[in-house]
Design a protein around this ligand. Structure first.
Ligand SMILES: NC(=O)c1ccc[n+]([C@@H]2O[C@H](COP(=O)([O-])OP(=O)(O)OC[C@H]3O[C@@H](n4cnc5c(N)ncnc54)[C@H](O)[C@@H]3O)[C@@H](O)[C@H]2O)c1
Length: 276
């Protein structure tokens, strides 16, 4: 075995949904820096174009495509076009997701976590519920389905789903639809992993803790929120998109060849509890 080739993704055809910002952008940057060919798919046309141009200027093989993951026909088209462009689809990150809005308490951390009436179950609107499920769960299904159409005939592929620590640990500051969608996405990942294992396709999930991205209007950029959350995280710091790149490359690369159906939590120990 040539160990130096374990993380070699050179030439891999790769798509990332939600690739214009935050964790999806970090996945794309990591894969492209390692020599993969990457299509960032996002509904934000301005951002996806700007990021693709920025990365092209760095000499990376990155293109942008515009699609909303709730428009399954448009998503299929974007993924089909990427696969045709590369002549192969090796890696698909099913990542696009949104914040669900207010939960039933009003603070991320600390002793003072007052209840928020607006976030109460009785007032949870169908519209808010359905939108989160449509993007954060149905969008993952549609992305995995479109990817499998290209991967199964080649008997090779890597499907990597972004779930969340909130798939396991209920976080009451986050609206309930988010936890539900992420837990559903994790079990969908198990199902698809079982179905596709015999075809050389691995399906795994990355479950991030608290990362500084633009989700939810970028509330995580607030230094007071970061300080409060970091206090509860055993490593005493929040996560940054760069922190996720090694795991993304690992799950996309030959190094993870024999791992499928797993969710890997990356959270600085946050899910373990509060230490000091
Ligand atoms: N940031 C965190 O702390 C954290 C923690 C756990 C899980 N996650 C998950 O990580 C994933 C990425 O989120 P992020 O934090 O990088 O957020 P982000 O807002 O920085 O990036 C998300 C990207 O997805 C795009 N997007 C949103 N809805 C879309 C749709 N319908 N179709 C196509 N693209 C769409 C946005 O335009 C944006 O570019 C999400 O699934 C999120 O739930 C984030």
């Amino acid at each position: 075995m040539n160990v130096s080739e374990l993380f070699d993704v050179a030439g891999f055809g790769t798509i990332v949904t939600g690739g214009a910002s935050g964790l999806g952008l970090a996945y794309g940057e990591a894969l492209a820096a390692a020599g993969a060919r990457v299509t960032l798919i996002d509904l934000d046309s301005g951002a996806v174009e700007a990021q693709a141009l920025r990365l092209q200027a760095e000499g990376l093989d990155v293109r942008g495509a515009v699609a909303d993951v709730t428009d399954h026909a448009a998503l299929d088209r974007a993924i089909d076009e990427a696969a045709a462009h590369y002549g192969r689809l090796d890696v698909a990150f099913a990542n696009a997701g949104i914040d669900p809005g207010v939960g039933f308490v009003g603070a991320w951390a600390g002793g003072e976590r007052p209840r928020v009436e607006e976030g109460a179950l009785e007032l949870y609107s169908d519209e808010r519920w359905n939108r989160v499920i449509d993007i954060n769960l149905n969008g993952i299904f549609a992305t995995a389905r479109a990817a499998a159409r290209h991967m199964r005939p080649r008997r090779f592929g890597r499907i990597i789903v972004t779930t969340s620590l909130a798939a396991t640990k209920v976080e009451p500051v986050i609206g309930a639809a988010y936890m539900t969608a992420k837990a559903g996405a994790r079990h969908l990942m198990h199902t698809v992993a079982l179905e596709l294992a015999a075809y050389g396709i691995t399906v795994n999930a990355i479950a991030p803790g608290f990362f500084i991205t633009n989700i939810g209007g970028g509330h995580a950029h607030n230094p007071d929120v970061q300080t409060a959350v970091a206090k509860d995280i055993p490593m005493h710091r929040v996560g940054w998109p760069d922190d996720i790149k090694g795991l993304a490359l690992f799950l996309a690369s030959p190094a993870s060849e024999y791992i499928t159906g797993q969710e890997i939590v990356i959270d600085g120990g946050w899910g373990l509890g509060v230490a000091d």
